[in-house]
Design a protein around this ligand. Structure first.
Ligand SMILES: [Ca+2]
Ligand SMILES: [Ca+2]
Length: 130
């Protein structure tokens, strides 16, 4: 998440009163992942059942794609960090359901979000935001 070579962890709080998306900074290369503290960073105030991290727009920086579940899973949220380090998001509508995957499905060198839905037979592909 911070480009320092240490693999970080992104999660969503689910049961908190004010759920949010957050990431935890892996101590390496300055420390140990098992004995040093992981710094917590807040991304934004939305709950997500599904979460994937990838370079969706091909600019070399990681974005986050999230989705809720069931009838609340009728939208995906794309999170992108700006030059100042703040995370901005965009909500995209999709069929209700759950599941989320990233992949370069049309082989253009960039990830595309692929949603899967337990209630929809079809799967839809969405172009990444530019
Ligand atoms: Ca890191
Ligand atoms: Ca990117």
């Amino acid at each position: 998440m911070d480009g320092d070579g240490g693999v970080d962890i992104a999660i969503s709080q689910w049961y908190a009163q004010n759920p949010c998306i957050e990431w935890y900074e892996n101590p390496p290369p300055r420390g140990s992942p098992v004995s040093d503290p992981w710094k917590r960073h807040i991304i934004g105030p939305l709950r997500a059942h599904d979460l994937k991290v990838g370079d969706i727009d091909g600019d070399g920086l990681l974005e986050i794609a999230t989705r809720n579940q069931g009838k609340n899973g009728n939208s995906m949220v794309i999170w992108k960090r700006d030059a100042a380090g703040s995370w901005n998001n965009r909500v995209l509508q999709c069929p209700a359901g759950e599941g989320l995957a990233l992949g370069d499905i049309n082989r253009n060198g960039r990830h595309r979000r692929q949603e899967s839905s337990q209630t929809a037979v079809d799967q839809r592909l969405h172009e990444p935001d530019k």
